[in-house]
Write a protein that binds this ligand. Structure first.
Ligand code: PMP
Length: 416
């Protein structure tokens, strides 16, 4: 998440109107207004390039992968395995063998808990933090119930940063895994992952980063980061729903037992015993989400065609502009003020309930998320039931933010 690590933008600077026109859903009318879509952290809209690629797959290439000699099956296999190569290059992985397609970030963490966590037991510890999404808490709690492994929780400061001193104190020779979010979905905080990885590796402890909110906003290079496991969801990075990635270092993935059983993940099956396929196929039982993986690869192409430097500049501008506009609203309190933030603003206005604010905004065609954002322990830390969250991306505009600020003024008056 280092802006200087952005790949040079060799393309011309994109035109915002043209970029917006490439997203059909941004033209949707809600209660008579063109939607101002600020729920990008929950899921992003999809560009034509992604929709067209999925359409072409179903219209021209649809067949099951890996098992067919016929031409369409080979086309589908090439496109599916090509998507794996594309995701490997997008993430800076050294090999596509390290890319396991999953249903999303949630399934990636469940896979890891069931497989990598299978050897954990009583006396072992996993470090998570108070700002984790439930997807990076509950799978470890379920594992804890099965095996006795203990969860240790890194606290969060009032600004919404990880308490790194506490993290260092929690690290010890019983720690089997550090599992932390790269970018917080509720606060926008960008965590200091290089330091975290260096500290954990200093004690030989592997690290999982939940990258669901990182990959839509900045380039990541997993080889350079030297992280052991990483996960993401396609639908948050302009690709289709129902697909994502678990990345792992090859030697770790090879050492892990299979998770789900079925077709494709086997080498040979007999009633006297079954042997398993090589990675990544060992972890992909059954017919995968072929169209989803292909669509996700098209989303990676789309992001890189826009250029990371433009995307990051645009999002920084939106974050600064929105922070300034929203800060002028009486009684508005921003939750999460870490110096290094992605384009997410969580807030409360006086004593108004987030749900009521969200409903007023919806009548004005403005889409925000309200509630606990699947981070209930974090809400407990702040002593609040939830927030209103506006999460921006490169296709949002300053004029949409003006509408948000006006809508919030109105909500504040109506609900006072
Ligand atoms: N982690 C984070 C930080 C998230 O924001 C989300 C989605 N809100 C998830 C994990 C889970 O992603 P999915 O529901 O796509 O599996």
């Amino acid at each position: 998440m280092n802006p200087t690590a952005a790949k040079p933008n060799t393309a011309q600077t994109p035109d915002l109107d043209l970029v917006r026109a490439a997203f059909p859903a941004l033209q949707t009318e809600v209660h008579g207004h063109q939607v101002a879509y600020f729920d990008n952290a929950a899921t992003s809209q999809k560009p034509r390039a992604v929709l067209d690629r999925i359409d072409r797959y179903y219209c021209e290439e649809n067949a099951n992968v890996h098992r067919g000699v016929h031409t369409m099956s080979q086309l589908a296999t090439e496109a599916y395995e090509g998507a794996r190569e594309r995701l490997a290059s997008f993430l800076g992985a050294s090999s596509s063998r390290q890319i396991i397609f999953t249903r999303g970030a949630t399934e990636a963490i469940n896979l890891l808990a069931a497989s990598f966590g299978a050897s954990f037991g009583a006396g072992d510890e996993i470090i998570v933090s108070a700002m984790e999404h439930h997807a990076n808490i509950v799978p470890w709690q379920l594992l804890s119930e099965r095996t006795g492994v203990k969860l240790r929780v890194v606290p969060v400061t009032d600004d919404g940063e990880l308490d790194i001193e506490e993290f260092r104190i929690l690290l010890n020779d019983r720690t089997r895994l550090v599992a932390l979010v790269h970018v917080s979905n509720s606060l926008g905080t960008i965590n200091p992952v290089r330091r975290i990885i260096a500290d954990a590796h200093g004690l030989g402890i592997p690290v999982l980063l939940d990258g669901a909110q990182a990959t839509p906003h900045a380039p990541v290079n997993l080889k350079e980061l030297d992280v052991d496991f990483y996960c993401l969801s396609s639908h948050k990075m302009f690709g289709p729903t129902g697909v994502g990635v678990l990345y792992g270092k090859a030697e770790l993935l090879e050492s892990m037992p299979p998770w789900q059983g079925g077709g494709d993940m086997i080498e040979e099956v007999s009633f006297s015993g079954t042997t398993f396929n090589e990675i990544p196929h060992k972890f992909e039982a059954g017919t995968p989400n072929i169209a989803g993986a292909i669509g996700m690869a098209a989303a990676a192409d789309y992001l890189e065609s826009l250029g990371w430097s433009w995307i990051q500049q645009q999002e920084l501008d939106l974050l600064e502009y929105a922070t300034a506009q929203l800060s002028q609203i009486d009684g508005l309190r921003i939750i999460g003020t870490a110096p290094k933030k992605a384009a997410v603003i969580s807030f409360l206005i006086g004593a108004t309930h987030p749900y009521d604010v969200g409903s007023v905004l919806d009548r004005l065609g403005i889409a925000v998320r309200t509630g606990h954002h699947c981070t209930q322990p974090l809400m407990k830390h702040y002593g609040i039931p939830g927030t209103v969250r506006a999460s921006f991306t490169f296709y949002n505009s300053r004029s949409e933010i003006d509408r948000l600020a006006e809508g919030l003024q109105r909500a504040a008056q109506m609900l006072a």
